[in-house]
Design a protein around this ligand. Structure first.
Ligand SMILES: *[C@@H]1O[C@H](CO)[C@@H](O)[C@H](O)[C@H]1NC(C)=O
Ligand SMILES: *[C@@H]1O[C@H](CO)[C@@H](O)[C@H](O)[C@H]1NC(C)=O
Ligand SMILES: *[C@@H]1O[C@H](CO)[C@@H](O)[C@H](O)[C@H]1NC(C)=O
Length: 140
């Protein structure tokens, strides 16, 4: 747990240390963003975690859950940067029912409570340190 709380500065220090070892193989070669499958398992996990973070911060009475991935890219840059545009929709699960398993929550049926937001997420994952850092996350 505490390892996950490393600051970005500490992460950068780790990268510098890795770069300094002089192994410039695949992971350290910067590339341009490439489209990836919307079903990429890592991507799915990141999107789900982002929805959970959204729920954690929202004032909504209901939980939101990922509805659709619009665009997904990844970029190799000292790890892997994921760039995702996706939709989250309001479910029928109430936030105050803490036991709710988000993946089992159904979307709101058509009507007054139905709401979908569009989100933009950029997460930098560093597989060899098991660190992720969210660089951008915005839903509207
Ligand atoms: C980081 O992302 C990976 C997917 O690349 C996921 O399996 C892992 O749980 C995430 N770790 C944290 C600390 O969020
Ligand atoms: C939820 O919010 C609390 C307080 O803002 C924070 O400490 C915690 O890490 C958040 N959890 C998630 C999963 O984002
Ligand atoms: C990448 O995906 C987006 C959205 O699905 C699409 O509009 C775009 O043409 C794709 N680009 C390439 C190079 O395939």
């Amino acid at each position: 747990m505490t390892a996950r709380m490393l600051t970005l500065a500490a992460l950068l220090a780790v990268f510098e240390a890795i770069s300094a070892t002089g192994t410039h193989r695949g992971p350290s070669m910067p590339g341009s963003p490439q489209n990836i499958s919307r079903n990429d398992p890592t991507l799915q996990k990141l999107v789900f975690a982002a929805a959970a973070a959204f729920n954690n911060q929202s004032n909504d009475a209901f939980l939101f859950k990922p509805a659709d991935v619009i665009r997904a890219q990844k970029q190799i840059v000292k790890g892997v940067r994921f760039i995702v545009d996706f939709k989250i929709s309001r479910t029928v699960c109430r936030k105050r029912d803490h036991s709710s398993d988000l993946s089992a929550c159904d979307f709101q049926p058509a009507g007054r409570l139905q709401l979908t937001l569009e989100c933009h997420l950029e997460v930098w994952t560093v597989p060899w340190t098991h660190q992720n850092s969210t660089q951008k996350f915005l839903c509207r």
